[in-house]
Design a protein around this ligand. Structure first.
Ligand code: ZN
Length: 341
């Protein structure tokens, strides 16, 4: 009879320090797992299992939403829907990349960093997707055709380069300066979030009376912002595991909650944007030019290529960096509490 032996699980001080997670004491996979062991480990309880599934299953939810919407929205010939098409593709990409990163991050120390380089790149591209969709459908009435409106997406594409670079770089000082690393990484995610949401902040918080759009999308945007703020708080605080190390190793730690809040926030965002896409089409098409093919797909292709080049550059730097002996440390370190992140 065929039997499958599940990979062994380790405690925090049995794995290299670069694998330590703040407040997580047990459930670590082998730091040099094979690809097969990584896949098998997603079916056993480790401290990464819920992280993997909380982004793998939503990937297919978003793919399903995309396929259903394809039957009602013309993504091929109607230029009005192109920014939404870009957004949907990037909404499907980021949880899938994250799920893969969490699955294969224990193949080696190199693999761990490279997996998360891709994770950060996909998140930056998702931010660009948000800018595409807000620029096309969520701009406050008064800002349509303004200078900000014209440069909103190109600036967001530029931001994606900055943010992927910053978040990838943040892995280098992770052991020596964990607080600097955390600040850099948090900034890399907060900055594009704030930039992308400028139209929403204005529309929801500062715009009243004539020329302001209050429609069915408004409540969805509020829910999205609430979950986005919760996501940021969980990412930065490492609660609840920081208060009770070891208690939430398998279920309930901040990264799992962070994944769930991110996905729920994206769901509300998707529904709100969809509401704007449908309800504002007639109004927007008389006031703003239809999205151009080259501007839409050229920008996203350039952003994709640029982000891949940045990830490639950081991968080469990782392999060649003389200080790599510290971030690629593979020996069991001295006893102590897990690193601050
Ligand atoms: Zn994650």
């Amino acid at each position: 009879m065929l039997t499958i032996k599940l990979p062994q699980i380790f405690r925090v001080h049995q794995v290299p320090r670069i694998f330590w997670e703040d407040g997580i004491i047990s459930g670590y996979r082998h730091p040099k797992s094979s690809a097969l062991d990584c896949i098998l480990s997603s079916f056993q309880m480790t401290n990464e299992t819920v992280n993997i599934w909380t982004h793998f299953l939503p990937t297919w939810y978003f793919v399903w939403r995309f396929l259903v919407l394809s039957s009602s929205l013309d993504f091929c010939r109607d230029a009005y829907n192109w920014p939404f098409l870009v957004y949907m593709l990037l909404v499907c990409l980021y949880p899938f990349t994250s799920s893969c990163a969490h699955t294969f991050s224990t193949m080696s120390t190199h693999a761990r960093h490279i997996c998360y380089f891709f994770d950060y790149g996909a998140l930056s591209l998702y931010s660009l997707g948000c800018a595409f969709t807000y620029g096309a459908y969520a701009m406050p009435d008064r800002w349509v055709n303004s200078t900000l409106h014209h440069y909103f997406v190109p600036m967001a594409a530029f931001n994606s380069f900055i943010c992927t670079s910053l978040s990838c770089y943040s892995r280098f000082p992770e052991l020596e300066c964990p607080r600097l690393s955390k600040v850099l990484r948090t900034t890399a995610f907060v900055y594009p979030f704030v930039y992308d949401n400028i139209p929403l902040f204005y529309r929801l918080l500062f715009c009243f009376g004539d020329g302001c759009t209050w429609n069915d999308a408004t409540a969805g945007y509020f829910y999205h912002l609430f979950f986005a703020l919760l996501t940021g708080f969980l990412f930065a605080s490492h609660l609840p595991e920081r208060l009770a190390p070891g208690r939430f190793d398998y279920i309930g730690h901040s990264h799992q909650l962070f994944h769930i809040c991110a996905v729920v926030g994206t769901h509300f965002q998707l529904e709100a944007v969809l509401s704007d896409v449908r309800s504002r089409q007639a109004w927007l098409s008389t006031r703003a030019p239809a999205p151009a093919f080259s501007a839409t797909f050229g920008t996203v292709s350039l952003a994709l290529l640029g982000n891949l080049l940045i990830i490639g550059g950081f991968t080469v730097a990782l392999l060649r960096w003389p200080g790599g002996s510290s971030i690629l440390q593979s020996t069991v370190p001295e006893a102590g509490r897990p690193k601050e992140q």
